[in-house]
Design a protein around this ligand. Structure first.
Ligand SMILES: [Zn+2]
Length: 305
């Protein structure tokens, strides 16, 4: 089944709409053809995919890597899973389904064109794309520090250990409990266990609190460039998802500026909530002061160095 042969929303259109529909699918196909490019414009995909960029892009790259046939994934249940993942994203300025589609696309590029491609197994490709797809599931636009300070349920449930990332992982994985969305049900148990471990290790690595530790271990590993066992490679995969997560730093300038402005607005929204709760406003989150767009060049330099 080709995803592009359906409308993104699953609505069947009448004959009168055939020409429009055909033009829309052509636009979507042209856009997806560019999904192998580092400087992919995810906002173009958002428009062409009728507001369903996450499920359309993830399905496309799963097909592209032949993961559905190779792992005998259940196509209908995968579609149901992806729909539920996309529906679980709030319309935050930054942490929304379009950002996640962007991260999936960046992960696809890293795994198929980056230096890591020589070392990764097929299971690691599947895990990398799945981790990217769920890595911000149900994000509410607040950072971990805020969740911990306010004793939010997500902080309590995770004992203050990466409250956001722990929630994204656990609640997305629970989707698989629904038999209609359990697309890996035919996968041998040992493979399911391996997949889950890889996805957990990658999504938890997106917590910026782990940034310095991961980068430092990765720098050491990169001096020994042989794929010998999983423990070393997982660090490479953690580095990959972290790079994909800030992939807009190497996007076209106008795309990068748009994401930076959205990040700034989301941070200011958290600052508004902090002010309303009489909390100290977090760094860069006060809309009455210069925001992240003034600091982004510094962030880019520190991330890329
Ligand atoms: Zn993210």
């Amino acid at each position: 089944m080709e995803w592009e042969s359906r409308t993104a929303s699953g609505v069947t259109l009448g004959a009168d709409n055939c020409i429009t529909q055909s033009q829309k699918l052509k636009g979507l196909r042209l856009c997806l053809d560019k999904a192998d490019d580092w400087d992919f414009d995810v906002f173009e995909l958002e428009k062409e995919a009728d507001g369903y960029p996450l499920q359309v892009l993830t399905w496309h790259v799963f097909q592209k890597h032949n993961l559905i046939d190779e792992f005998n994934l259940d196509r209908i249940k995968l579609i149901n899973f992806l729909r539920q993942v996309e529906a679980g994203h709030m319309e935050n300025p930054y942490h929304n389904a379009t950002h996640v589609a962007d991260v999936v696309q960046s992960m696809h590029c890293i795994l198929s064109k980056g230096g890591l491609r020589k070392f990764v197994s097929r299971m690691e490709v599947l895990a990398g794309l799945l981790a990217a797809c769920i890595h911000d599931f149900e994000h509410r636009g607040f950072n971990n520090d805020f969740l911990i300070k306010t004793q939010d349920d997500w902080a309590i449930d995770s004992n203050d250990k990466s409250p956001n990332e722990s929630h994204h992982l656990a609640s997305a994985w629970k989707i698989l409990r629904n038999p209609e969305a359990n697309f890996i049900h035919r996968m041998p148990h040992a493979q399911q266990v391996q997949l889950r471990k890889l996805v957990i290790d990658m999504v938890l690595a997106t917590d910026m609190a782990e940034h310095m530790a991961i980068v430092s271990r990765l720098k050491t590993d990169l001096q020994k460039v042989q794929h010998q066992h999983l423990e070393n490679l997982i660090r490479g995969l953690q580095g990959a998802i972290k790079i994909a997560d800030i992939g807009h730093l190497y996007a076209a300038h106008h795309v990068h500026v748009k994401w930076s402005e959205r990040l700034e607005e989301e941070m200011w929204l958290q600052g508004d909530v902090e002010k309303a709760r009489n909390m100290k406003v977090s760094f860069l989150m006060d809309r009455d002061k210069p925001g992240v767009t003034k600091s982004q060049p510094g962030l880019a330099i520190s991330c890329l160095s």
